[in-house]
Write a protein that binds this ligand. Structure first.
Ligand SMILES: Nc1ncnc2c1ncn2[C@@H]1O[C@H](COP(=O)(O)OP(=O)(O)OP(=O)(O)O)[C@@H](O)[C@H]1O
Ligand SMILES: [Mg+2]
Length: 322
């Protein structure tokens, strides 16, 4: 038990006004030093799930049910002031577009230092030393000179490294990276992912890596969750996942992708569309697009059935286990 860092337990996230659920009874577990992937089409609820872990959802969105446990402590029960200590110190986030997350008018070095100011007792002088050492550790050349620069003076890749330095400044045990490389070109992408993997080795952090990109998931994760329309439809260790994808949705994703570099949204060879949250059908949410659909699928919702190889699949084809 003690190697479990994060447990998302039966979490449902909904719109306060309309009452519609955006994320439905999601369970996710992250172990120490594990890199866990979340993959799924645009709008399926990946970002909302990760924002819920940090309790940073938009104001109109709330967790309706479920618990989020970090090292056994229930985050959902904490007050805003206590949560502020958790953010950055225990869990930190890296987003897709560093330029939007960084303050345009503050020097990048100072922005990293801010994290140290909030979460450590270091003196001003030591904070600067520590910042420069962090910048070097994430592969920023000429760190002393870069310290005094502004985000617009840095490339996208360097700004993402600044974001990563900020994220690790207070030595968190979990980093949530939401499409951290989507805005970067392929070479820089590979370097940033390599850096994230090295943080797991060097610092023992766990990482949740959210991506549209099956190749990114395949190359970087130990374990993967597939989301479809607000629900987890399959979870498996990454090798089993790519060797024997089980859910018809997952199979379609992988088979429709002769080129693993392709992003999910570019290869939607699967007929039909994702139901909208105002119009969730009874039964399986994928049924309308599923080649194996039976009448039962349109009436009864399947559970996540555990298989002999440890995979869990939300589909009646796997009800008896395989
Ligand atoms: N502020 C909001 N108010 C109401 N609904 C929202 C809000 N933000 C997002 N949603 C809805 O929540 C659902 C999940 O969105 P989310 O951003 O988590 O998807 P995602 O899987 O991260 O997609 P992407 O891959 O495009 O980043 C979507 O249907 C979206 O329309
Ligand atoms: Mg998102």
């Amino acid at each position: 038990m003690e190697d479990i860092v994060l447990q998302v337990k039966d979490v449902t996230i909904g719109d306060k006004k309309s009452g519609y659920s955006i994320v439905d009874k999601v369970n996710i577990e992250v172990k120490k030093q594990q890199i866990v992937g979340i993959v799924g089409e645009s709008g399926c609820g990946k970002s909302m799930t990760s924002l819920a872990i940090m309790q940073l959802m938009p104001v109109n969105i709330a967790i309706k049910e479920g618990q989020i446990l970090f090292s056994g402590e229930e985050l959902t029960a904490l007050k805003e002031k206590e949560l502020r200590k958790v953010r950055g110190k225990d869990i930190s986030m890296i987003f897709q577009e560093p330029v939007r997350a960084l303050h345009p008018l503050h020097k990048v070095g100072k922005q990293i230092e801010e994290s140290l100011k909030i979460h450590t007792n270091l003196s001003k002088e030591d904070r600067k030393k520590q910042t420069i050492s962090l910048m070097k550790s994430v592969g920023i050349p000429d760190a002393e000179m870069r310290y005094d620069q502004y985000p617009h003076q840095l490339s996208g890749g360097l700004n993402q490294r600044i974001m990563i330095a900020m994220a690790i400044a207070a030595d968190p045990s979990l980093i949530i990276a939401d499409e951290p490389t989507t805005a970067l070109d392929v070479t820089i992408q590979a370097q940033i992912l390599q850096l994230l993997r090295s943080l797991r080795e060097r610092r023992g952090v766990s990482i949740i890596l959210i991506s549209h990109d099956l190749a990114v998931i395949c190359e970087n994760c130990d374990y993967v969750y597939v989301m479809y329309c607000g629900q987890i439809v399959e979870e498996a260790d990454v090798r089993t996942f790519f060797q024997s994808p089980k859910h018809p949705y997952t199979q379609a994703l992988i088979q429709a992708s002769p080129d693993p570099e392709k992003k999910i949204d570019q290869l939607m060879a699967i007929k039909g569309t994702v139901p909208s949250i105002e119009n969730i059908p009874e039964g399986c949410r994928f049924a309308e697009r599923c080649p194996h659909k039976t009448e039962r699928c349109t009436k009864v919702e399947p559970k996540l059935y555990e298989q002999n190889d440890g995979t869990k699949v939300k589909c009646f084809l796997f009800e008896e286990g395989r």
